[in-house]
Ligand binder design. Structure first.
Ligand SMILES: C[S@@+](CC[C@H](N)C(=O)[O-])C[C@H]1O[C@@H](n2cnc3c(N)ncnc32)[C@H](O)[C@@H]1O
Length: 479
């Protein structure tokens, strides 16, 4: 009997049939994995509600089928060697390989020609020899990132092209610290993950298993403290002069992080258009302000203050001057240096917008951030928090079912209740593991955890707009 396998394969077939039928109805073609330049309309299919729902079932079922059919020891060993993928991707990303392959055209680029431009040892990039067959590009191509189109010749596909900044490799080599300024793709985020985060991750087990030893040695408790031999916070790394390029990349990585969200997702859910003309949105810890920029473009009747640390605010001014100069000169937006751990100076906000901030902080500090906002809130001020709510792998606690969107609908059996969406947990390990921490003193919270945190800080969650795997929206009002 292989009934679970059959159930899973049926879920895959029926979901793919739904996707196919919807493509026909819309007269569009599902994007081709091998093609790095699928038409925009085809790429946009992923955000069609019906296709997105069927896709999440197909992916959950496919992952479960793979886990069911994979040899268990191979599953464990391959997972434990996941570091090879991160290091391969980091090296490829930082060597402008994606740009060089794009410059060579659709037929791809031989590893010797890649090496001529970036100086990397062709053996290390991916030489066609059995001893080197798992190196960098070939390893990635086996993961469907790049294609090996003929021996030692690599071309882009729909996934690898996202590493391409769209700039010339020459321009990147001339000014590497500006590589991600005004760049296409999500290479900045891949760079952050495969550099600062990845190096710190190597120390997770040391600090989880032996936190006392870390403390006794007088080091900070974070894995990043060990990796970088510092007691400071993750963000303090960026104050070091040698980390200028990393600091610049971090800002652009946050921008790229937003691109992971389906197009205009921030505009769906909370009704920005329903706010009165001149209503003030304060984007707290807003980075360069890319979320506000998207809201501002669609809602020119609103005003924005984007708050962040002084150095980020300076970056933000450049960003708005480049992307939406009229908003700066026309008084639609201002950038304000302000630490959200101190009292909030803006007292007439219609909305406090807080995106991808709370997950970086412990409950004590996240509570301080929320209380500072509560103290500055009017009775009508709304709090809009954008975070990924971590679902349980089993059924959710039904006691929050009265709050719209708080509890996810159960997926078809035998799928995991969270549909196998990994992202919040990947982020959580990055933020914190039990009481011992990797990068920052943070946590990806479940809904009940958010509820308690908000309540204690004087906010009541009124509504949740769920987008599993991307940014959920939590809307709260002052208690
Ligand atoms: C993960 S990023 C999110 C940025 C932005 N909200 C977004 O979604 O693109 C976190 C932001 O918090 C900022 N930050 C860190 N500590 C801060 C503090 N004490 N006060 C204000 N901002 C801070 C960082 O500079 C960074 O821009």
């Amino acid at each position: 009997m292989a009934s679970t396998l059959l159930e899973l394969s049926k879920l895959i077939s029926s979901s793919v049939a739904t996707v196919d039928a919807r493509c026909r109805t819309l007269s569009l073609k599902y994007p081709d994995l091998a093609n790095p330049a699928n038409p925009q309309g085809n790429e946009a299919l992923a955000h069609d509600r019906e296709i997105a729902a069927a896709t999440s079932v197909a992916l959950a079922a496919a992952a479960q089928l793979m886990a069911s059919m994979q040899d268990p020891s191979r599953a464990l060993i391959e997972t434990s060697r996941g570091f090879a993928l991160s290091s391969a991707m980091g090296a490829v990303n930082e060597s402008a390989t994606a740009e060089i392959i794009r410059e060579a055209g659709p037929k791809g680029c031989h590893i010797n020609d890649i090496a001529k431009k970036n100086g990397m040892d062709p053996l290390k990039i991916g030489r066609h020899q059995s001893t080197n067959s798992s190196r960098l590009l070939r390893l990635l191509a086996t993961q469907h990132i790049f294609r090996e189109v003929s021996p030692d010749v690599f071309a882009h596909n729909r996934i690898s092209i996202l590493l391409d900044t769209g700039k010339s490799s020459q321009e990147i080599f001339a000014k590497p610290e500006d590589k991600y300024h005004g760049a296409k793709g999500i290479g900045a985020l891949v760079g952050l993950n495969t550099d600062e985060t990845y190096k710190a991750a190597a120390y997770i087990q040391d600090v989880v298993v032996n936190p006392e030893r870390a403390a006794a040695e007088g080091r900070g408790l974070l894995a990043m403290n060990r990796a970088y031999n510092t007691e400071g916070s993750f963000f303090s790394l960026y104050d070091r002069p040698e980390n200028l390029a990393r600091f610049k990349r971090f800002g652009m990585a946050m921008n790229a992080d937003r691109m992971l969200d389906p197009h205009s997702i921030v505009l769906k859910g909370f009704k920005w258009g329903a706010l009165p003309a001149g209503a003030l949105v304060v984007d707290v810890g807003g980075g360069v302000g890319s979320t506000s920029l998207e809201i501002a473009r669609a809602n020119p009747h609103l005003r924005f203050v984007v708050q962040d640390l002084p150095s980020v605010t300076l970056e933000g001014k450049e960003y708005w001057a480049r992307e939406y100069p009229d908003a700066l000169t026309g008084g639609i937006v201002s950038l304000q240096a302000h630490s959200f751990l101190t009292p909030q100076p803006v007292k007439d906000a219609s909305v406090f917008l807080v995106r991808a901030v709370l997950h970086n902080w412990s409950d004590a500090n996240a509570s301080k951030i929320l209380k500072n906002l509560r103290d500055a809130a009017q009775p009508t001020t709304q709090l809009v928090v954008l975070e990924r709510i971590a679902s349980l792998v089993c059924e959710e606690d039904a006691s929050y079912a009265h709050i719209t969107g708080a509890v996810l609908l159960a997926p078809p059996a035998p799928l995991l209740a969270n549909l196998g969406v990994m992202f919040p947990y990947l982020m959580d390990i990055q933020a914190r593991h039990h009481s011992t921490l990797l990068l920052w003193d943070g946590i990806e919270r479940t809904f009940p955890h958010h509820w308690k945190l908000f309540k204690e800080a004087g906010w009541e969650i009124a509504h949740v707009y769920r987008n599993p795997g991307v940014m959920d929206q939590i809307i709260a009002k002052p208690v």
